[in-house]
Design a binder for this molecule. Sequence first.
Ligand code: ADP
Ligand code: TRP
Length: 322
Amino acid sequence: MRILSGIKPSGEIHFGNYLGMLKPMVESQSRGELLCFIANLHSLTTVFDGEQMAAWTRQMAIDILALGMDPEKSVFWMQSDVPEVAEFSWYLSNYTPMGLLERCHAYKDKIANGISANHGLFAYPVLMAADILGYGVNKVPVGRDQKQHVEVARDLVDAFNHRHGEILVKPDPEIGEDVATVQGLDGQKMSKSYGNTLGIFADAAEVKKKIMAIATDSTPLEDPKDPDANPVFAWYKHVASPDAVAEMDRKLRAGGYGWGHAKKELVQAYLDHFAPYRARRAEIAADLDGLKKIMARGAEKARAIHLPILENVRRCVGVRYL
Ligand code: ADP
Ligand code: TRP
């Protein structure tokens, strides 16, 4: 089974991105053949500062490798390093009715939020379909918000194959049901747009400052506490050992143990949990030549999968004329 995961580079990875997307992705390496790429061409629809773009992209590559992406076992590459995917996207555009794109929620929502539309944003699902169909994948794990885009890819398979025969493979979206929404510092969904995030690689002082500032109620110290009253215990569950989690649960419910104590334990567990990844991240960042080689090798492996499929499509549409 071939699984494809695409991630847009967009700033610092927060705890929600990590639990909701990156951790399951790294773990999926044991489920089948994982193809994972950084969708930097997609980010260009909304990011226009080239230096910022390059910096985020580089950092995302480093972070994903630090979190356990194994470039030997899996295919890990930068979308723009296989530029043929943009050529494929053009072929698919001609099988894409305008109405199909006009109905896409992600596009409609952006317009509704006042983000002015450019052609890239409108055509975003076609490029995404090229990412998926260009690698002949079966499964595409995505968040709920991306399901419709995978359905566009499925529709394009029908349109293309109807004309040319069984050429493209129809992918299935896979929606992770068990990934709960991670709460932000203020208890709402953690999101960059709400300014309530905590970076997984934030330094100790920032982690401490942000966690200690989480609002908690003023239940007296000796009273029992509801562990679910704020994000402290919910986060602790993700970064501490099962024994430590059970112990904090017991102490909170028993009383005589305050949120201040719980926060201190959370700070330590959070830093300890990410310490090995942080160390690995520093090593990778210190060897950019090594990173270049990893990315070049990844692109080579990805291209070896993409080219035969693309070549077939080129032949079908008739750009192979001699
Ligand atoms: P943000 O909302 O901070 O802009 P993105 O939309 O860039 O985050 O998120 C990328 C992916 O990270 C999402 O598709 C989702 O899978 C995951 N993710 C983001 N925030 C959370 C969260 N609070 N809980 C769980 N998963 C999340
Ligand atoms: N659009 C996806 C997102 O915003 C990223 C993406 C681009 C992607 N191409 C893809 C995801 C192909 C899965 C498959 O999260």
